[in-house]
Design a protein around this ligand. Structure first.
Ligand code: ADP
Ligand code: MG
Length: 189
């Protein structure tokens, strides 16, 4: 059921003392999965290494454990998958497949440039999931920068408008967990 999760992460593995801008209360409340029942979205924003993917996956793991259908993809992979389907003439079927999971994680918005058709396909998918099922998204770019990410300010604004209508935004400010050992080492030198 844990469809395509790149790795398993849980909230128990998350060190809140390392990342004080992440509020334990808010994350525990999200992990009750009430947002799924309400078809609300969750957006994790912040620089690399602060735990966005970790927390998005831990939500997907809980949902899968509770018997919900989950789907994980990076934005780049998701768009490739949609473009392939469009070229092969079965976009409608693939969109239907991607609308059905009660939780979809779209990871890494902002790392790779997106083609115009790619952006339009993603917009179609998100419009269909809107008020139908929850999506958890992660991005290293602030919403103001999404126009640049998607190559279209108007479309990005329409996407963000739907996303944030029923949404929990977790803004993470802090140091990269990946760099913590280097920092610990550097402070001893
Ligand atoms: P991001 O997606 O924000 O770039 P990740 O979630 O991939 O960052 O985190 C990078 C690595 O550090 C992962 O292995 C993740 O499990 C771990 N990690 C990040 N933040 C924490 C934390 N606060 N406590 C424990 N592990 C963490
Ligand atoms: Mg990540």
């Amino acid at each position: 059921r844990c469809a395509r999760l790149p790795t398993v992460k849980t909230l128990d593995d998350f060190d809140f003392t390392f990342q004080p801008s992440v509020k334990r209360d808010q994350l525990e409340s999200l992990h009750t999965l009430q947002f799924l029942e309400r078809k609300e979205n969750v957006v994790f924003l912040g620089p690399p290494g602060v735990g966005k993917t970790h927390l998005a996956i831990s939500l997907a793991v809980i949902a899968a454990e509770r018997g919900r259908r989950v789907y994980y993809a990076t934005l780049a992979d998701l768009i490739t998958w949609l473009e392939d389907a469009q070229q092969a003439g079965h976009l409608t079927r693939r969109l239907r497949t991607l609308v059905s999971p009660s939780l979809m994680v779209v990871d890494e918005i902002g790392y790779l440039p997106i083609s115009r058709t790619g952006a339009q396909l993603f917009f179609q998918l998100m419009s269909r999931r809107y008020e139908h099922a929850s999506t958890v998204l992660t991005s290293n770019k602030s919403f103001e920068e999404w126009g640049e990410v998607f190559g279209d300010e108007v479309m990005a604004a329409a996407l963000i408008d739907r996303l944030v209508h029923h949404c929990h935004i977790v803004n993470i400010r802090g140091n990269s967990y990946r760099m913590r050992e280097h920092r610990a080492l550097a402070s001893r030198l």
